[in-house]
Design a protein around this ligand. Sequence first.
Ligand code: HEM
Length: 239
Amino acid sequence: METFLYITAVYGVYLGIGVFVIGMAWRTYQWATTPKSPVRLGMFPKPKTGAARVLKMLKDTLIAPQSARIEPLMWAFAFAFHVAALGAFVGHGRLIHEFTPLVNWLGEDGMATFAAWSGGTAGILMLAAVVFWIARRTFGPFKQLSVPEDYLLLALLFGVIIMGDHMRFVGTIHAATYREWFQSLLVFKPEIPDDILRSTTGWSLGAHMLFTDLFLIYFPFSKLVHAIGAFSANLVRSE
Ligand code: HEM
């Protein structure tokens, strides 16, 4: 297991984060240096002031009312997924530093209960959304519109989430142990704590990280760059 973990949860993480950061910087540079269209691409109704444009851009990006009108069920799952992903992202911050004020407030046990409920809810919502997306592209009319990339991304996301959920619901390793491992990566002195090496949950962590590494490597070259592109694309819509 140690070799597997060093590949996926040490070197793979460095590679994944490196490709992600450089890839996204390259994508952003490409967008920034693409000549502006001489034709205005805005759609009516257009906001009159700059502030109203920014507000409309934020509404169109973060709430996406146009998607809600076209495919309400898809919108509901997508909205739940993004809110849950944001929650899980914040929760993963615990790997860098314990949320000390929250622990002081809730106590050690209270924090563990809160993390179990919030992480568990986020994990279930994300899993439900990905299963819905896979079903949507596997049965019914959207199958005809789907390309292999659509399935690849969903498969990677499914892998990341199901293994994260496995650690959350079945694993017995304490957050502090995961933090020890992740902090060692941050200071470039990678070490995998014995508690992880001795537990079968170590395999789940390795699998969670394998899917995450692949996801991060692929992200800048996939349609997921909409995470950044959506903001500028929606701004152009009101030009
Ligand atoms: C470098 C990147 C990442 C690291 C180091 C990491 C690490 C971890 C760890 C250690 C856990 C177990 C938490 C516990 O049980 O105490 C976990 C859970 C989880 N992870 Fe990740 N993860 C990463 C990226 C991701 C990504 C990109 C996603 C989703 C797109 C994700 C989704 C989840 C979910 C849904 C859970 C279960 C719910 C929760 O505890 O938040 N992770 N992750």
